[in-house]
Design a protein around this ligand. Structure first.
Ligand SMILES: [Zn+2]
Ligand SMILES: [Zn+2]
Length: 806
């Protein structure tokens, strides 16, 4: 509970944390996210956020704690992605590592080190472990048969082979080496008829290749001894024990630990010089190597089982790698490694009706969350309150709204704000911001009753958190807020103030103590919220809060009137949460429906809808009652003209002035000359992608007949066209040639006709056509294969090929 009145505790400078004998030393890892995608909310709650809550809790308790994570970068998937994006695996990793880092940073994840597995340290640790396994005779060498491409001079990973599906009746001609996408059958690449290399299209041949195998059967006794002992001592969850037993029951087989790839940790044997370690072998070693990037004395954490407790967080699909494979690897070295004590496993978080899916782009992604107006503490609260601890849970916007408005706003936020704003009132109505002095609580039954309940909840909180039952911990903390509200209501402090000042003093000081206590207990869950509360309480950050046993903090928590000293002056109270309205929920549900790709297609229309809905009272005329759910095609009348590209009015425009939107960080407001008597005002969400100076005085392609829509208070009268890459991390303007005439219409060869004066949003003309707007391999902006053409030539982008234009 921190010394509110006393000395400044350690904060500020970040010294390297090492285990201290005799103290609780906690090493926390979360499963390393694979690098080639943007993480979605399911991934975030599944590992990094859960581990973060536990790490923050441990620090709060004064345990000596580090939290290690990073991106898992090696393997076929990265190589394949690099081929698709026509760059090197390293470039893919650099790019996505940065995206991951940014997303976790936004979520307030408190890593002590967030590293990557493609580091020299990884090679060093991985090769050293391999060396020990070899010397100890836990490895064997075996010959396998694999497809080899002579043209590319490489063995082909399963996914890099295509051919005819061998299944009778299917015979799909582009079945992948690992699976036929048409009939769904799992395949071995050597089973394909007429196999071909996906890269160069030539026919590969079968070639022998030697690989190293970890002899799990020989390690069985050591492994079972570890599992039996630790699953009890570390109270492994049922789902972890089940997944582990399922593996053991199937019988342990030798497992191949090498691969014919280039992107990986090299196998340190002359005859294996073209091979690397298989990713399941090297990925968990990443925990160790990333720690070695954190401190040279990493062995004090990792080879110190007597003094260090290892807690690992992951999704359920990762369990056997952490309970069977990784311990076997470490046990096989014969060294004294810190093995996992407690495993925390999450099931799946499902999205509205379906599963979150990275490959299909379904759900809310880490980078989407920050684009909503919903603050990070709300996201964290919702995900943690909904943490899939024992079974799958469901993410729904309606539920998020209910939890925000009901639990955060009406319960927690309301309690804190009521207390602080009453104390802040001037003398005569309140306390002039000063925490009052109190005589004693002994005679005040109501307060004693409250203290008893709070004490119980604090104990429950501690008990749950120690067992990594985060959801229960959160519930116990929130129950204190509920008790606080009941206490305020029962005490009727506004009457007491006039009738029984001493009792009122006690009630307010006790309640202020609860506010502080809540900020402490909830810090692991919502650090940004707690910071705000501490600010409003006027308690400087360096007087760090804690829940340390030895400092007596826990005992003090049970006498809440003793938490804050009398005479302390609080800061300025402000509401902590904002209501989420029905129309916003409707909007988000629409915005995040379907896959990420479909969403990009619809994004512009959505932005318009958002503006129109939020400003519905200002929108005049026929579009007044725009229905969010309108389906368009349903009511298509027979007379509706054909949707062709000529219905769009795309013109060459000149940006005469560009500036940032006064009320939205992501938007520019431009004045664009499109050949009319007055320039048009256009709002574009390009701040993240294009520097302001590059917007000035530039020729652009402008869609001029969209229905005007207000965007954060400014009416946008057109849309600047830009291309974006597949994951929308890069956006570039579609540029007409220098000599194109301002105001001239963009033409598409073979299409003639006048544009609509204003596109009717209900007919989805733009949305329908937009799907076929893209840049080609030569960076030319096209409708299908037809270039955007001006009197001075075609329109291009600077670097994005196959980018969607909107
Ligand atoms: Zn098939
Ligand atoms: Zn090839």
């Amino acid at each position: 509970m921190g010394d509110v009145s006393g000395d400044a505790a350690a904060g500020g400078t970040k010294a390297t944390i090492l285990p201290i004998p005799g103290r609780r030393n906690i090493l926390i890892t979360s499963a390393l996210p694979y690098v080639n995608n943007v993480p979605h909310l399911g991934n975030i709650i599944g590992c990094v956020l859960s581990a973060d809550v536990f790490a923050r809790y441990c620090r709060l308790r004064g345990y000596n704690t580090i939290y290690i994570c990073g991106t898992d970068e090696y393997g076929t998937a990265t190589e394949t992605k690099a081929m698709e994006e026509k760059c090197s695996p390293k470039e893919i990793c650099d790019k996505y590592h940065a995206i991951h880092k940014e997303v976790y940073n936004w979520f307030g994840i408190s890593f002590d080190e967030f590293g990557r597995t493609s580091s020299p340290q990884q090679t060093e640790v991985c090769q050293a472990i391999f060396g020990k396994l070899l010397v100890n005779n836990w490895l064997s060498e075996n010959t396998m048969q694999q497809l080899y491409c002579d043209t590319c001079e490489r063995f082909l990973a399963d996914r890099l082979v295509e051919g005819i599906c061998p299944t009778p009746g299917c015979e799909y001609d582009s079945a992948r080496g690992d699976q036929c996408e048409k009939c769904g059958k799992l395949l071995n690449p050597t089973e394909l008829k007429d196999p071909r290399c996906k890269v160069c299209q030539t026919t590969p041949r079968i070639r022998d290749t030697n690989h190293m195998f970890l002899e799990l059967p020989l390690l069985r006794n050591k492994l079972e001894e570890y599992i039996n002992k630790t699953s009890v001592a570390g109270s492994w969850s049922q789902n972890a024990i089940q997944a582990t037993n399922a593996w053991l029951k199937e019988g342990l087989k030798p497992r191949c630990i090498t691969r014919d790839l280039k992107w990986g940790v090299p196998v340190p044997l002359e005859r294996f010089k073209d091979k690397v370690f298989y990713v399941w072998f090297d990925a968990p070693i990443g925990y160790v190597s990333i720690t070695s990037c954190y401190t040279n004395e990493w062995e004090k954490w990792w080879k110190n089982p007597e003094n260090v407790e290892l807690f690992q967080f992951m999704g359920k699909d990762n369990v056997p790698f952490h309970t069977v494979m990784f311990p076997s690897t470490l046990l096989g070295t014969g060294e004294d490694w810190t093995l996992m004590k407690t495993i925390s496993v999450t099931e799946y978080l499902n999205y509205e009706a379906g599963k979150f899916s990275k490959s299909k782009g379904v759900g809310v992604f880490g980078n989407d969350a920050k684009d909503t107006n919903i603050p990070v503490e709300v996201w964290r609260y919702y995900l943690l309150a909904n943490r899939p601890e024992v079974s799958d849970t469901l993410f729904t916007w309606a539920d998020l709204q209910a939890k925000l408005n009901g639990e955060l706003l009406n319960n927690l936020g309301n309690f804190i704000h009521r207390v602080l704003s009453f104390i802040a009132k001037p003398l005569g109505q309140g306390y002039g911001s000063i925490i009052p002095d109190v005589s004693d609580a002994d005679s005040h039954g109501l307060t004693l009753g409250l203290a008893e309940k709070v004490g119980k909840y604090v104990d429950q909180y501690m008990e749950s958190m120690e067992k990594v039952k985060l959801k229960q911990g959160l519930k116990s903390a929130m129950a204190i807020s509920t008790e606080g509200n009941i206490y305020l209501q029962t005490a009727q402090f506004w009457n007491l103030y006039k009738e029984d000042k001493p009792s009122c003093n006690l009630v307010m000081r006790t309640s202020a103590g609860l506010v502080y206590l809540l900020a402490c207990l909830l810090e692991p869950f919502m650090p940004s919220f707690s910071q705000e509360v501490f600010k409003q309480l006027n308690i400087p950050v360096e007087r760090h809060m804690s829940l340390c046993e030895e400092k007596g903090d826990i005992e003090r928590a049970k006498q809440p009137w003793k938490i804050l000293p009398s005479g302390h002056k609080i800061g300025t109270p402000e509401p902590l949460f904002k209501e989420l309205k029905d129309e916003e929920v409707e909007l988000y549900r629409d915005k995040f429906a379907g896959s990420q790709a479909q969403r990009i297609v619809r994004a512009e229309a959505e932005a318009e809808k958002l503006a129109a809905q939020l400003k519905s009272t200002n929108v005049s005329g026929s579009g007044k009652k725009q229905q969010a759910k309108s389906t368009g095609s349903k009511s298509k009348a027979a007379v509706e003209p054909e949707i062709t590209i000529t219905r769009l009015d795309i013109r060459v425009g000149l940006i005469t002035k560009a500036q940032k939107h006064p009320d939205a960080d992501s938007l520019y407001v431009e004045e664009i000359d499109v050949g009319e008597s007055q320039p048009r005002t256009v709002v574009s969400g390009l701040v993240k992608y294009i520097p302001l100076e590059e917007m000035q005085n530039r020729k652009v392609c402008v869609l001029c007949n969209l229905k005007p829509a207000a965007m954060r208070g400014i009416k946008s009268q057109a849309m600047v066209l830009a291309a974006s890459n597949s994951d929308h991390t890069k956006v570039e303007l579609v540029e007409p040639p220098k000599d194109a005439i301002v105001g001239e219409r963009i033409k598409f060869s073979g299409f003639e006709g006048e544009p609509d004066s204003v596109l009717n949003p209900k007919k989805k003309v733009w949305e329908t056509l937009q799907v076929d707007l893209a840049t080609n391999a030569d960076l030319v902006a096209c409708f299908k294969d037809i270039p955007f053409t001006t009197s001075a030539g075609i329109c291009k982008v600077s670097s994005i090929s196959s980018g969607s234009i909107r």
